[in-house]
Design a protein around this ligand. Structure first.
Ligand code: ADP
Ligand code: MG
Length: 228
């Protein structure tokens, strides 16, 4: 655990959120966490109710669990259905995507849920074989690879028809890396945003992130602006 995170732990505990038994046990036993960080304590009340959120918080404050927990809890209550992806997380880099997928795998340890990650620089047929063997409940991907599948291969798109949650992680980095067009294209290729919960996470909140929020989120989204 980084000291930054330790310092930002709050009085709020994960146990106070009435999470499913499997999720609670994973947090306690697999991850070893009891108390929420600020961003988790401020975000979970809204996201567990299914609200769209824009969350502004610094790097290292625990944003990953702030979206993974509500995602997992929602798909347990309202499954996307057999062979369908319930949650799509878009992440700017391979490293970040891989880290998110690892954290998701820990979190679903006691659930019968699958996690898959895909990013550029690897064989797309491997992605396709994995998707065909079992559609993941949680899919974490970089924008380029995701778009490549949606535009050039047939397997992924039908698996996304019942998407329950979309996460844009590190949205400011997504834009800094020049992914705006890709993100807009992606959101147009996915089913309409009204049918799912949309969450955007960013360390900063400049005007281009506000514009992206309007494109990707339902109009009544909540802004969670953590201190610092
Ligand atoms: P961010 O996405 O905001 O940069 P991460 O989600 O990657 O931050 O979390 C930063 C670090 O803090 C990770 O090592 C993570 O495992 C740890 N962490 C997250 N939540 C907690 C918590 N509630 N208690 C202790 N450590 C935590
Ligand atoms: Mg992060």
């Amino acid at each position: 655990m980084s000291s930054t995170t330790k310092e930002s732990l709050t009085e709020a505990t994960f146990a106070s959120f009435n999470l499913s038994d499997g999720t609670q046990r994973a947090i306690t036993e697999v991850m070893g966490y009891t108390n929420c960080t600020s961003v988790q304590a401020e975000t979970l009340p809204a996201t567990l109710r299914g609200m769209d959120v824009v969350v502004k918080a610094k790097t290292g404050t625990g944003k990953t669990l702030a979206f993974l927990i509500p995602g997992i809890e929602r798909m347990l209550k309202e499954p996307a259905g057999r062979g369908k992806v319930a949650m799509l997380v878009i992440s700017p880099t391979r490293e970040l995507a891989a880290q998110i997928a690892e954290e998701a795998k820990q979190l679903v340890r006691h659930h019968k849920l699958g996690v898959q990650v895909m990013f550029g620089g690897t064989n797309m047929n491997k992605d396709i074989n994995d998707l065909q063997r079992r559609a993941p409940d949680v899919l974490v991907a970089t924008p380029g690879r995701l778009l490549d599948h949606l535009q050039n291969t047939e397997t992924l798109r039908p698996l996304l028809s019942n998407l329950r949650m979309l996460v844009l992680d590190e949205a400011d980095r997504l834009l800094d890396m020049g992914f705006r067009q890709e993100i807009e294209k992606l959101t147009r290729m996915l089913p309409p945003k009204d049918g799912r919960q949309n969450m955007l996470f960013s360390a900063t909140y400049p005007s281009n992130i506000r514009e992206l929020s309007k494109i990707a989120l339902r109009p009544e989204y909540q802004l969670v602006d953590t201190v610092g």
